[in-house]
Write a protein that binds this ligand. Structure first.
Ligand SMILES: C[S@@+](CC[C@H](N)C(=O)[O-])C[C@H]1O[C@@H](n2cnc3c(N)ncnc32)[C@H](O)[C@@H]1O
Length: 223
């Protein structure tokens, strides 16, 4: 009789890197999978909207830094542009999946040709709100990353002058740093109410925070 063969050694699970481990434990990642959101970031907007009631059926909105599309999904559920005559334009540097009812653009917010395309899509009209979850690739140098994201929200604010309707809102992500307060002060000159917001879904250890500016008072007149 042949000797009993040795049992194969149990396969060791591949070691997980810290990012994978964190994702596997993150309640918002698990919830997003269960509820069909493409990204956990969707819950940041859900939470801010539940608190401030920004999104309303029929609105026209701009979503900057929209990929992969978590915020688009929330807007589609709450604004229902297809049924209500609303509009959602989503811009990102990256190619993103098509969502029915969303007009996607691929490009850089800092590119004047891209801004032109947005304004052309609006055809002289204005939007009720601008959402920006744009974030640069982080370098690990907090001050540098702060400056990079502030440059993105400055671009978004520039666009707001051209296409945000009076009374509209502006919700943007920044990383905390020296220019956060001066930017808030800038917003206060143009909006009646401006607040910092840190949603629960935003990781506590992250320097990310949102600035929510409501009731826009400074549309630039078309020339
Ligand atoms: C945190 S992700 C956005 C997540 C998105 N809100 C969601 O829920 O799926 C940040 C996005 O900003 C985009 N981004 C960064 N710089 C940009 C720029 N200059 N113009 C347009 N998009 C930009 C990145 O490509 C990235 O997809």
């Amino acid at each position: 009789m042949p000797p009993p063969s040795k049992p194969a050694p149990a396969k060791k699970a591949a070691p997980q890197n810290p990012w994978t481990q964190r994702q596997a434990r993150d309640p918002f990642v698990l919830k997003a999978k269960k509820e069909g959101y493409i990204a956990r970031s969707a819950y940041k907007l859900v939470e801010m909207d539940d608190r401030y009631h920004l999104l309303k059926p029929g609105q026209r909105l701009l979503d900057l830094g929209a990929a992969p599309g978590g915020w688009c999904q929330v807007v589609l559920q709450r604004v229902r542009p297809q049924d209500t005559g609303g509009l959602l334009i989503a811009l990102d540097l990256l190619e993103m999946a098509e969502f029915p009812g969303v007009r996607t653009l691929q490009g850089d917010i800092g590119d004047p040709a891209m801004v032109r395309q947005i304004l052309d899509m609006l055809n002289g009209g204005r939007v009720d709100g601008i959402l920006s979850d744009m974030a640069p690739n982080t370098s690990g140098h907090p001050d540098l990353d702060h400056l990079k994201i502030m440059a993105l929200v400055e671009e978004a604010l520039e666009l707001a002058h051209d296409c945000l309707a009076a009374g509209g809102f502006f919700l943007v992500k920044i990383f905390q740093g020296s220019d956060a307060m001066p930017f808030k002060v800038e917003l206060q000159k143009r909006f009646r109410q401006v607040d910092f917001v840190k949603p629960e879904a935003s990781r506590r250890e992250s320097r990310e925070i949102y600035l929510l500016a409501r009731d826009f008072t400074a549309p630039r007149l078309a020339v």
